[in-house]
Design a protein around this ligand. Structure first.
Ligand code: DC
Length: 231
């Protein structure tokens, strides 16, 4: 049976849990899950390690010159999706507070966005893809078959992110996490290139008071209603 190409775009604020339910749905309906934020985090780690971030500033010309040498790709397996920089798995490194602190300014740079978009398109060729990010339904895949916009109370988001970091053994405080989230929300929605926006044709999910199970039931219903039962 020919599998039709379908793109589901999941956009929304930081730490709304969109990746968690996108991953579950990906597994259930055999979609490829792609985390676009991980790509921006990968570029940020690259810029940090290459010394392009110093004295609180980004050396944009140096980053632009070096970016073509960066090779990022995802490895998908039973244990999940992991980002690799050439032959090095950087999945853990890109989730640190240090990277979180620089990822929004890095992702506001136009040439970084074009570099990431090109790769997201290549990774998505020919298949069923569910991708999460900030501009997937507005810029990367404006013709996506299904668009979801996820939002939640900032306090709930900060607590979720904090719990996640604690579970991973990454040191931080709730205040530090809340501050990082609100700064990222601001930069992500006020930047000039592809700011975070709710696509006009998106289904909105406020998951402040929802369990993961309720969210997946909601999305399952949408997918089945829109595409019929996918096999
Ligand atoms: O989803 P995340 O929190 O891992 O994303 C990290 C940052 O990357 C986020 O603060 C903004 C940026 N980002 C973006 O600008 N566009 C995307 N499509 C995805 C992420």
């Amino acid at each position: 049976m020919k599998v039709p190409d379908i793109i589901i775009a999941v956009d929304g604020y930081s730490s709304t849990g969109k990746s968690t339910f996108a991953k579950l749905v990906a597994k259930e309906f055999a979609f490829l899950y792609l985390d676009s934020g991980a790509m921006y985090r990968g570029v940020t780690l690259f810029a940090m390690e290459k010394g392009f971030i110093a004295d609180g500033k980004i050396d944009e010309p140096a980053l632009k010159a070096a970016l073509p040498e960066l090779e990022l790709h995802f490895q998908h397996g039973e244990a999940g999706t992991f980002l690799w920089w050439a032959d090095r798995c950087i999945e853990k490194k890109i989730r640190t507070m240090e990277v979180s602190g620089w990822v929004s300014p890095i992702s506001a740079i136009g040439f970084v966005r074009s570099w990431v978009d090109e790769r997201l398109h290549a990774f998505s060729e020919g298949g069923r893809v569910i991708m999460d990010g900030r501009d997937i339904g507005t810029t990367v895949f404006p013709n996506a078959e299904l668009k979801i916009f996820v939002t939640a109370d900032p306090k709930v988001r900060a607590q979720r992110r904090y719990d996640e970091l604690v579970a991973k053994g990454t040191p931080s405080t709730l205040e530090e996490v809340a501050k990082n989230l609100s700064e990222r929300d601001y930069i992500d929605s006020h930047r000039e290139v592809s700011p975070l926006r709710q696509p006009a044709d998106a289904y909105v999910l406020d998951n402040s008071d929802m369990t993961l199970h309720e969210e997946t039931v909601w999305l399952r219903g949408l997918i089945q209603g829109k595409f019929g039962i996918l096999e």
